[in-house]
Ligand binder design. Sequence first.
Ligand code: SAH
Ligand code: SF4
Ligand code: F3S
Length: 471
Amino acid sequence: MERKTTRISPDDIAGQRAYCAEIKELNARFDRAPLAYVDTYGCQQNEADSERIRGYLAEMGYAFTQDESEAAVIVINTCAIREHAEQRVLGNVGALTHTKRKNPNQIICLCGCMAQEPHVAEKLRQSFRHVDLVFGPHALWRFPEFLWRIQTRRGRIFETADDPGSIAEGIPVVRQNGIKAWVSIMYGCNNFCSYCIVPYVRGRERSRSPEAILAEVKELAAAGYRDITLLGQNVNSYGRDLEEDIDFADLLKRVNAVPGDFLIRFMTSHPKDAGEKLFDAMASCERVAPVIHLPFQAGNNRVLEAMNRRYTREAYLEKVRALRSRIPDIVLTSDVIVGFPGETTEEFEDTLKVLEEVRFDALFTFIYSPREGTPAARMPDPMSKEEKSANFQRLVDLQNAISLEKHQAYVGKVLRCLVDGEGEDPRNNLTARTAGNRLVHFTGDKALIGAYTDLKITGCSTWALFGEVVE
Ligand code: SAH
Ligand code: SF4
Ligand code: F3S
């Protein structure tokens, strides 16, 4: 693709950090640090964006809270992928009128993908007057400037103009924990799957430079991070907009060469662009985890074409074979949409056949949700809600049976797992992840958190494995 990516200059980022310093000075007049509340919806890309919002907020002198009512600044980072996600956000943002009534100086910000949808921005403007600041992903790098303007002048700010997008390096980051990290390698999407809002709200595909990515990975590895996930809507397009001749498989090899004790994951791979070069790189890179998320969306070729996915069911199955011939124990997960406009129950059954043939370890299943402005939202959609729900249930039941069988095959094995946190079940106080990212519940010393440990798998459910520490 011949398009130059706009890169935000280091001076511009320095300018934003100067606003952080000014706000920090304003905040210094309080006895203790004012609090900020950041809530994130949606995908890992949004999680990664929220880490930057927290990074800026920390630099402005805010501490963090989980309680909206005591926050001086509230940031809601939103997702537009399905109607349900949007309704939840609007409900929760609506409820903030109460916290603002008690604390009229509270600053309420809404950012992320919903902000980039014109009809949502309009609704916020008209009906959510307690929201002070609305900005889309393209304007995130300017968050300090917006907050400064809100604090020093009257009025609301809407920064939601459509934009092909840019790349900003050097924004400070506060990560959620010291074990697992997200590293964005590219932003945006050019695929325009006919149902999907992402290309409209996240702009065109653009890649970070390999130098910037490697510097971040090196820093994380040196800081002891154990699990690094490379993020992009379609990581297989990595590098197409760069002058340097580099693709995602080349990048994986370079990341693999960074010293440290960590595993590398990535998401998401579009099946049309995932090929033998990538599979070979995965097989040869010892740090790359034996797992891939390869969304197939639908098993019927007419539906795939209407979705503008640009592969056939046969091509997808062939890729799975090519992958398994190189990495036989690869953990394979996928996304499926049920009830795409015009999909018949007979066509849906082709999706079930793909499940039976591939036997995914886990599946993320969605009922189609029309998104304003996308081609699919204008397609005739005659199937009733009840029929879609019935098909959805058949899909879930089949996958649950497969997931359980897949998990049963782990019982008795000893696996090196990363202990990643505390569990909610008091009988199993810790959680861990296998290299293939399966969840394991077990009992052990909290000091193990952040370490790799050998676990013997003793039991399982549809959703998780149960294990014990091998002494
Ligand atoms: N870039 C990723 C997907 C990001 S969205 C990829 O291409 O794989 C995550 C998932 O949400 C998609 O894979 C799809 O299964 C689902 N999804 C996207 N738009 C949707 C819609 N309008 N209705 C229902 N599910 C949708
Ligand atoms: Fe959406 Fe398709 Fe892009 Fe994924 S590849 S973000 S599903 S348009
Ligand atoms: Fe949602 Fe935006 Fe991610 S729409 S899925 S948060 S890219």
